[in-house]
Design a protein around this ligand. Sequence first.
Ligand code: 13P
Length: 287
Amino acid sequence: MLVSATEMLKKAKAGKYAVGQFNINNLEWTKSILLTAQELNSPVILGVSEGAGKYMTGFKTVAAMVKAMDEELGITVPVALHLDHGSYDGCYKCIKAGFTSIMFDGSSLPFEENVAKTTELVNVAHQLGLSIEAEVGSIGGEEDGVIGAGECADPNECKQIADLGVDFLAAGIGNIHGAYPENWAGLSFDTLAAIQEKTGILPLVLHGGTGIPDDQIKKAISLGVSKINVNTECQWAFQEATREYIEAGKDKEGKGFDPRKLLAPGAKAIQDKVKEKMELFGSVGKA
Ligand code: 13P
């Protein structure tokens, strides 16, 4: 069931668990995530970066595929189709294409411009029933060409953006996209606690979920994180399973070259990874 992410994240914040945002790249990814959410009776957010949207030929294609698949698979758990790290133009394209949720990432803009554009997009999104995420303090690393320095957000700026009426807020707390370096200092829980204190019941978002140790994930949830984004770990799971299949020569056996067979181990690996994360985040049975 396609919905905005507002209610599922309010419930998550109140219930002290987090809903996973898993990024999609194609049909297999989408199907694996939807089937796992349904099996575990968990709400879920499908994240689409601008790069992935382009790869899938455009946001209209993505929205049409997700809507049809949700229906054809008989998915009854709440599913939000969410733009990840959207630009100003990207947000409007997704609103038009039929997404149910957008993220406007104005973190690289001067703060006043982030405030002005977020304000405008909050009004537009809410008029149309979409949820909206904003960002303060950039997430480090690189995702689909969006590069962030990785800084801790200023809790006062978080409060100002929260007061604009956003539905959930991504705030940098030392997290980065992709693999964490060996010498990573870990999440800044002092920053997270200060942000939570300023923003109250607003659900907070943790980007860069890949590679964060389980105990830090749990502590982040206890301090107000209600949405956790995972992308790279699903890519690694798909890669490893596909590599094993080919290295074992299975693509050369019988009809093992059939794409439906070739892509099956990777799709199953994504399901297992999503299941592991939903269990860790505590969203199982919360649909
Ligand atoms: P990872 O690729 O590090 O899991 O980050 C995902 C993310 O934050 C998407 O916005």
